[in-house]
Write a protein that binds this ligand. Structure first.
Ligand code: F42
Length: 145
């Protein structure tokens, strides 16, 4: 795990508890949201340098993942998006597998392709796009090796 620094649990109870359950059971418990699979992403805080973790919908193709900064359709980007843009080296846990990876934002046709995969993975994303009043941003995450 290339991330160094102290872990700072989220102040959001649901987020913190789902991360704890996922890590304790390798995703056997806490591995879904509304019946759809999630992953846990660890990253460094842009200001604090602390390690933070958040569950996100699992969107994957041939070992590459995407994460969607939907924040449930809220008008503001989630903090985790800003943190990962500032520190793109992350650790992604998918079930029992943890990988050191690098995140990068996608745009244009590549983003459209990932939106198709995201919408197939989690049917709430179109409603989030409709109500966010902002462009919802997508990061692609690839293995470091
Ligand atoms: N959110 C998504 O955006 N996309 C998803 O696919 C998604 C899936 C999902 C599945 C399960 C589940 O339980 C939650 C899911 N969520 C998903 C919600 C997600 O887990 C987050 O709760 C949500 O996206 C909001 O992200 P957030 O990073 O804004 O989280 C808040 C609650 C948070 O953690 N706030 C921290 C805090 O302590 O207040 C922010 C701390 C922080 O990042 N500090 C930075 C630092 O340097 O340490 C500085 C921040 C700054 O710039 O001031």
């Amino acid at each position: 795990m290339p991330l160094n620094g102290g872990y700072e649990p989220s102040r959001n109870d649901r987020t913190r508890e789902q991360v704890e359950l996922y890590e304790a059971t390798n995703g056997v418990e806490g591995g879904t949201l509304n019946g759809k699979p999630v992953i846990v992403l660890a990253f460094k805080g842009a200001k604090s340098g602390k390690i933070r973790k958040t569950p996100l919908m699992r969107i994957e193709r041939n070992g590459t993942y995407a994460v969607v900064a939907s924040n449930a359709g809220a008008p503001t980007h989630p903090f985790w998006y800003h943190n990962i843009v500032a520190n793109p080296i992350v650790e992604l846990q998918d079930g029992a597998v943890k990988q050191d990876m690098r995140a990068s934002e996608v745009f244009g046709e590549e983003k459209n392709e990932w939106w198709k995969r995201a919408d197939a993975a989690y049917s709430e994303f179109p409603a989030y796009r409709a109500r966010a009043g902002r462009e919802i941003l997508v990061l692609v995450i690839k293995p470091l090796a």
